[in-house]
Design a protein around this ligand. Structure first.
Ligand code: SAH
Ligand code: SF4
Length: 372
């Protein structure tokens, strides 16, 4: 098995202390280095002149570019800014050439980063550009952490306040890469580093039942979003192949268990697709399915993708859907994705990024698509 620690950004605080001690350097220096790497988001701490000499020597011999713990510095290969400057989509190239998408988005005072957790995805959801490209590999913790730091540097350079919220709704299925995701979040929430609040982080899953149960048992302090999209097994399996493995009854049982164990509400994602899952009857069946579940529903009009012949419904259908949920006492929000260009939805920037294709452009800011 390859060493899971391949960069400075893969290290939790105590891993860094262990590395320093193993090299005969006082672990008390971990705080300065961790602070520079994460709180200050310095991409190359080997250049810092404010470290005490033993730490400086260690960084230059162990954590400078080219060394075992070199910093994770993904190259920005494409960017799509928004007209108002508040949303910015990045295509990031990892060390092995794989590319993933990260989005910094939001409104002053509540900036959110949307991070990828895998290159590609194994789940094959038919309307998703990432699913259409298949699975490539899991991301390491450092590759997930580094995306948040790219967003943080971008926000600071633009004169905004720093990152406050995270959603794991970029490329990949976070709960298929459970350990790396949890390690990355531990690093990002460390008070000596970026210090993000766990209650400001949402993990979105297609519905990996054992991992939802594990999150509940471990009482992970993050918000959980479950992508539902259909309220019968036949309809859901047609959109989300994973439903054949964990059908709705098992998924909803795991969701109830999560509610009980954590006391937390679950955010259910429902991508509205015209003529497929946007009728009043679908809303009635969704309301019945969620009876007794502590739930909030996020309705998201489909963002068209090349390999799926579907369209978002008219706004009126979304409003009618929401009215039925409201009548059943289920809170919901319609999340407009109007800010996302045709080639800039989830996974689409990478899918469309072929030689010669221009990717810069402008689009109004999308809202965070999940979470509180
Ligand atoms: N794998 C996780 C998280 C990444 S996908 C999951 O599936 O939940 C994030 C969300 O975007 C999911 O709810 C997914 O169903 C939705 N999504 C994917 N492709 C979409 C598209 N073309 N239009 C609208 N929503 C989409
Ligand atoms: Fe993977 Fe989520 Fe896309 Fe499904 S919707 S293929 S789980 S990224």
């Amino acid at each position: 098995m390859s060493d899971p620690i391949q960069s400075l950004h893969d290290l939790r605080f105590h891993d860094l202390e262990t590395e320093l001690e193993a090299a005969g350097v006082s672990k008390s220096h971990a705080r300065a280095l961790f602070g520079a790497t994460h709180r200050l988001a310095d991409p190359n701490p080997a250049d810092r002149t404010d470290f005490p000499p033993p730490l400086r020597r260690w960084v230059q011999t162990h954590a400078a570019p080219g060394q075992r713990l070199s910093p994770e510095t993904p190259e920005i290969t494409a960017e799509i800014p928004s007209m108002d400057g508040l949303t910015h989509k990045f295509l990031l190239k990892l060390r092995d050439g794989q590319t993933v998408e990260t989005v910094a988005m939001g409104y002053p005072g509540r900036f959110t980063a949307c991070l990828s957790t895998q290159a590609g995805c194994a789940m094959g959801c038919v309307f998703c550009a990432t699913g259409q490209m298949g699975f490539v590999r899991h991301l390491r913790p450092g590759e997930i952490v580094a995306q948040a730091l790219v967003a943080q540097r971008h926000l600071r350079a633009a004169g905004h306040s720093g990152l406050r919220n995270l959603v794991l709704m970029g490329m990949g299925e976070p709960l298929h890469n459970y350990d790396s995701v949890m390690q990355a979040l531990e690093i990002l929430c460390d008070t000596r580093g970026l210090n993000l609040g766990p209650s400001r982080i949402s993990i979105s899953t297609v519905g990996l039942v054992p991992a939802i149960r594990r999150m509940a048992e471990e009482k992970r302090p993050y918000h959980l979003a479950v992508s539902l999209h259909a309220a019968s097994d036949a309809e859901r399996s047609a959109l989300l192949p994973v439903n054949q493995r964990w059908p709705l009854a098992e998924l909803l049982e795991a969701c109830r268990f999560y509610n009980q164990q954590t006391g937390q509400r679950i955010f259910f994602g429902w991508t509205l697709i015209e003529g497929i899952n946007d009728s009043p009857d679908h809303a009635i069946r969704l309301a019945a399915l969620l009876e007794g579940v502590n739930a909030h529903v996020n309705l998201i009009p489909l963002n068209p993708t090349p390999a799926f012949h579907g369209a978002p419904p008219e706004d009126a259908a979304g409003r009618a859907f929401q009215k039925i949920l409201r009548a059943s006492g289920i809170p919901s929000t319609i999340r407009q994705r109007r800010g996302i260009d045709v080639d800039a939805g989830c996974g689409q920037l990478r899918a469309e990024r072929r030689p010669g294709k221009a990717v810069s452009g402008s689009s109004p800011a999308p809202e965070p698509v999940t979470g509180p």
